[in-house]
Design a protein around this ligand. Structure first.
Ligand SMILES: [Fe+2]
Length: 222
């Protein structure tokens, strides 16, 4: 009886990775200045999306740890206020490595590296990294504009095509100053679409994902 229980626990723990507590990540996000409140919503949305993707894939027999993936998605922008994308990613990586979560830190390091990634190396990226990159690109904030000015953000999850349109709209309406961003984002969305195809091949239902994540996000605290 005892050994059966031990086997069950061992099976459950198989594939589990060392993951920081949610409170630790939440505290980091809460420390962000108010102007980054949109990032908190985006992080929460990415967390829900990553968990749903991981759960769907696990049901199809894919070995994945939903807690690890969703926590990493929640943490991926936790240092956004501290500098340019490569800098804040490095800070996040160091922070979580120092706290005793090296694998978690390593997973986060891929999040914002897509723009520089050699497309031929996409297949080699780990599944948790792919899920986080995917979530980061389909969970987007759409600016709320009043009198020509951005007064807030509405976060939601979109299909890859819709998400790409929200980025194009922002650039075309002049809400993103650097038009070079358009080129690097275009590249990023091509890769995001490739990740989606791979996830769908593993059993992801992308329409169900959007439906479930929107429902859960609207219900819970942002
Ligand atoms: Fe992000």
């Amino acid at each position: 009886m005892g050994s059966r229980r031990a086997k069950r626990i061992a099976a459950k723990q198989k594939g589990r990775r060392k993951t920081p507590r949610r409170e630790l990540v939440l505290r980091l996000l809460q420390k962000m200045p108010e102007k980054y409140s949109g990032v908190r919503g985006h992080s929460r949305l990415c967390e829900i999306a990553a968990e749903e993707i991981a759960n769907q894939l696990r049901k199809k027999g894919v070995e994945i740890d939903p807690k690890f993936v969703s926590r990493a998605a929640f943490a991926h922008d936790a240092f956004k206020q501290l500098g340019a994308i490569t800098k804040e990613t490095a800070i996040a990586k160091n922070y979580f490595a120092r706290k005793g979560f090296p694998e978690f830190a390593e997973t986060l390091s891929a999040t914002h590296a897509l723009q520089k990634l050699d497309p031929n190396k996409l297949e080699k990226i780990s599944l948790p990294k792919k899920i986080i990159i995917y979530c980061d690109n389909v969970c987007r904030g759409v600016p709320i504009i009043k009198g020509g000015k951005i007064v807030g953000w509405k976060n939601s999850i979109f299909s890859v095509e819709e998400a790409w349109k929200t980025v194009r709209d922002r650039i075309n309406k002049g809400h993103v100053e650097d038009r070079q961003i358009l080129g690097s984002n275009a590249r990023e969305f091509v890769l995001t679409k490739r990740i989606e195809r791979e996830l769908v091949g593993m059993g992801l239902d992308s329409l169900r994902l959007i439906r479930k994540v929107r429902k859960k996000f609207n219900k819970k605290e942002r």
